[in-house]
Design a protein around this ligand. Structure first.
Ligand code: NDP
Length: 331
């Protein structure tokens, strides 16, 4: 039998979880710079929600290279004002709902890239705090079979991978070379190309120790960039997806009529660059593939890093050697 005392303890716990404090813990910086400008503050105001937003109790977040570039001041001209709570990727629980929110309700488990435009006015209060306010249109329900840490690893990288393949009009029967196949974006481009777009052949580059990882993702040809220049191989591709900054080399291995998606560094025609726009629609579309296990979240085995180790997690991301995503959990 459940005692009255334990029942009342359970009730007060439930009340506490749905009541939102006015202040929270969050990582923030007040000036641009290296990892050392990041501070864990204990009294950051919990963001107010707008009518089209929900407030999320953050359970997990993930880091992206753009967080580091933004913190370094690379996008100063179009950034939101300082101080900044960084973080684009979030997974958590809805605790408050704006008046114009249609489909989400308190208690829903959701995930998103919280900033619609990555470089122009990204959220001042991102995902590296206990709470974050996010527009409904950026969110999707978390796939029921994966945890918060895995869900948080997906949004920005998965939406970038999908948007790039779509913009390049990649389709069934085509071949693709992924430069940087072991990284956050590359590991998802490989899986999407194979499992969702029906690629005839997927090749990817990585260093020696990561070739087996590439094969486990389904690549047909794993190229060790420490031993071989991909341009020297006989293989040509319909698409090269460059996550490394090798746009000049990418266009040398294209078939007639092929193209190259370039995420960083200069792009030469027929290669093109784009910047991801966050949308929950992509996550909703891909949820069935995540739920069937055809697409897998790749959380770097050095993590997940607990919330008080965000600086260490950024230092690790900034080595450029991460496998899949650097995740922060629990928050
Ligand atoms: P990651 O930090 O996850 O990439 C790390 C991976 O890169 C490692 O696994 C590493 O493998 C691999 N790598 C490094 N150098 C090479 C190389 N010469 N050849 C092959 N692989 C290499 O980064 P992301 O995947 O998150 O992002 C990649 C880039 O794309 C970043 O510059 C990011 O800012 C940009 N980006 C741009 C977006 C846009 O909208 N334009 C959106 C998202 C990302 P190894 O250890 O084997 O070298």
């Amino acid at each position: 039998r459940i005692s009255a005392a334990s029942q009342s303890a359970a009730t007060s716990a439930a009340t506490a979880s749905s009541s939102v404090p006015s202040e929270m813990k969050a990582w923030s910086y007040s000036e641009y710079g290296g990892v050392d400008v990041l501070k864990l503050d204990t009294n950051v105001a919990v963001p107010e929600i707008k009518e089209d937003q929900v407030l999320i109790k953050v359970v997990a977040a993930a880091l992206n290279p753009v967080d580091s570039k933004r913190r370094a001041g690379k996008f100063k001209a179009t950034d939101s004002p300082l101080p900044t709570v960084p973080g684009y990727d979030v997974a958590g629980v809805v605790v408050k709902v704006g008046n114009q929110v249609k489909d989400l309700k308190e208690g829903d488990e959701v995930y998103a890239d919280v900033s619609e435009k990555t470089l122009e006015g990204p959220k001042q209060f991102g995902s590296l705090g206990e709470y974050t306010a996010v527009e409904e249109k950026l969110l999707a329900l978390k796939p029921h079979n994966i945890g918060f840490a895995e869900a948080a690893s997906l949004p920005l990288a998965l939406e970038t991978a999908y948007e790039g393949l779509q913009r390049a009009a990649f389709s069934q029967g085509k071949s693709i070379l992924v430069l940087g196949g072991a990284g956050g974006v590359g590991s998802l481009v490989i899986q999407l190309a194979k499992q969702v777009f029906g690629a005839s052949k997927v090749a990817a580059t990585a260093s020696t120790g990561k070739l087996d990882f590439l094969k486990s993702l389904g690549v047909d040809l794993a190229i060790d960039y420490t031993k071989q220049n991909f341009e020297d191989l006989p293989d040509k591709f319909d698409l090269v997806f460059d996550t490394v900054g090798q746009g000049d080399r990418a266009i040398k291995v294209l078939k007639e009529g092929g193209s190259a998606v370039v995420l960083t560094g200069p792009a030469e025609t027929p290669g093109f660059r784009f910047v991801i726009t966050s949308t929950g629609e992509t996550l909703k579309k891909l949820n069935p593939y995540l739920e069937s296990g055809k697409l897998k979240a790749i959380v770097d085995p050095k993590g997940p890093f607990p919330f008080d180790k965000v600086s260490e997690a950024f230092s690790y991301l900034e080595t450029g050697r991460a496998t899949g995503k650097v995740v922060i959990y629990p928050i």
